[in-house]
Design a binder for this molecule. Structure first.
Ligand code: 5GP
Length: 194
């Protein structure tokens, strides 16, 4: 059995990453799994330990970080989140392809520890479309929208750090292209280990 791939998917807020991932994540031939992250934030009603997250204290998180047990980590509105390296390795050893949906900073950390990670960046057809999509949610204050747009513009300048850049102007098409990329990498892995 071949070791699974580590797949990183990034893209600016509003680009439709989640929708694209939902379109292909259950295709059986792709053997995809999501790793469960560690977080210091409180468990929300309906969430389960080991399913949504592993809930830890700040001290436990810091200990894991210092011991090099996290593949990547980030702070988000006062709480810490990280991907446990051991969990990812275990899943890959089982032949599963592990999918991480993380930002550009997280991807940089992953590439340092796993240079052969398959990195994919999803871009909008153009920035006007992205703005339309972010505004279309109608859930956020203007200040937050401006922040998200500025962050998106900065991230779009870092797409050269990714192996593949896929445009999401059609969800099904973007999902099909990513499926082909994953399948080809699985085949190549098999060829290399023959
Ligand atoms: P929430 O608290 O709503 O579950 O997540 C807050 C944010 O943390 C989301 O943007 C989510 O994508 C991000 N996040 C969740 N797990 C991880 C992780 O393991 N690493 C990183 N870098 N971000 C994460």
């Amino acid at each position: 059995m071949n070791r699974g791939l580590l797949i990183v998917i990034s893209g600016p807020s509003g680009v439709g990453k989640g929708t694209v991932i939902n379109e292909f994540k259950n295709r059986p031939e792709l053997k995809l799994v999501f790793s469960v992250s560690m977080t210091t934030r409180e468990k929300r009603p309906g969430e389960e330990e080991g399913v949504n997250y592993y809930y830890v204290t700040k001290e436990e998180f810091e200990k894991a970080q210092e011991a090099g047990e996290l593949l990547e980590s980030a702070e988000f509105v006062g709480n810490w989140y990280g991907t446990p390296l051991k969990e990812v390795e275990r899943l890959r050893d089982e032949g599963k392809n592990v999918l991480l949906e993380i930002d550009v900073q997280g991807c940089r950390q992953v590439k340092k520890k796993v240079p052969d990670a398959l990195t994919i960046f999803i871009v909008p057809p153009n920035m006007e479309e992205l703005e339309k999509r972010i505004r279309g949610r109608r859930t956020e204050a203007e200040e937050i929208i401006q922040e998200r747009l500025a962050k998106a513009a900065r991230e779009m300048e870092m797409t050269n750090e990714y192996k593949y850049v896929i445009c999401n102007d059609d969800v099904k098409l973007a999902a099909d292209i990513i499926s082909v990329i994953i399948s080809r990498h699985m085949e190549r892995n098999a060829e290399l280990s023959e």
